[in-house]
Design a protein around this ligand. Sequence first.
Ligand code: GUN
Ligand code: ZN
Length: 433
Amino acid sequence: MMRTILRGRVLTFVSEPQGLDDAASYRYLEDGAVVIADGKIVALEDFSAIDIGDAQVIDHRPHLILPGFIDTHLHYVQSQMIASYAGSLLEWLNSYTFVEEQKFSQQGHAGSVASAFYDELIRNGTTTAVAYCSSHPRSVDAYFAEAEKRNMLMVGGKVMMDRNAPEALCDTAQSSYDDTKMLIARWHGRARGLYAISPRFAITSTPEQMAMARALVAEHPECYVQTHLSENDAEIKFSMELYPDAADYTGIYEDFGILGPKTLIGHCIHLNHRETRVLAETRSVAVFCPTSNLFLGSGLFDRERLMMAGVRIGIATDIGGGTSYSMLRTLDEGYKISQLRGQRLTPFNSFYMMTLGNARALSLEGSIGTIAPGCAADLVVLNANATPAMALRMATVTALYEELFLLQTLGDDRSIAEVYVAGARAKSTLGGL
Ligand code: GUN
Ligand code: ZN
């Protein structure tokens, strides 16, 4: 069996850091060896302890090797309307998003945007993502076909939306059920693809469609579920007008049985006490989307409050409401939101969130998000000297946490030196790619 050994400084998490001094929450090897065979990690050891044999050794010193980043919420079909000048959420959706997504009725368009989108993920070190496609099944075909071509573990699904959007984008309760069924059969479990049942949000789904979503979730417990919740005041008000019998916005999804441990819920900013309790009890995941929340002026995610209530948390770019594909940029903005809330987000917690934390949000720990035997060899190699400004600051860095914080604060796609997907090189600054 052909083995590859990546040599470098290796960092991987084993649990959620409880503070800056929690060295038990991670493994850090100053001169480490990640041994890869058949696309999987077979060992992580000190380089001096490894039997090299006939393995190919790739030396990434002095860079840091980490698990590939995971993005738990974004819209690949919004790649060409990121950075659209709008006020707040509903105006942005109506003026740009729902116009742009109509283009995905064209297979050729979906294919070319999917390809560019995956290029961008890889350039930014993201090896797994959870995306919304458009309402058109062919947008889902393009999304998963591209993932298969690149051997990437990707989650996604067709948005279900049957009202309050342009006619050309709307499905019906029945067609959304039928199309989702067909797409699950076609893509869930094929290569590394995993399907997410995706009722967009309460505003764009009739109760009939929400009932179909409930049926799909009950019939396909193997699939993920994704939706949006409590992002913006006008959105909350409109949702409650459309579902007057619900206890609150979360109550809509609760009543239709779509909350649970595989449900990823974007935003979750303005939740009341009951709503946080329901999310905690159902083990649903609240997904923090910092750049999007700032860009659309949606509000400041209260990470500590949700954590104290026992709510599981993920973190994501939310392209194209979000403004960067980079998880480094995303955590930088997440840090600033925490600052405004008077909360501390340590650099270890940031890097935990974009790796093991998000793998746990997807219940995929053990498969991705850590460098450990049996996990996929989905990896990033980080260069903290990638720009002159970074190199200048790096000269005064003396601790690992400082280097991580520098990468988060000043880093972007330029700091991603290399990316491996299932052991194969997908991005390289060493030449050859
Ligand atoms: N709520 C419903 N759809 C969307 C979307 O596409 N982006 C964001 N940020 N919020 C939404
Ligand atoms: Zn979203």
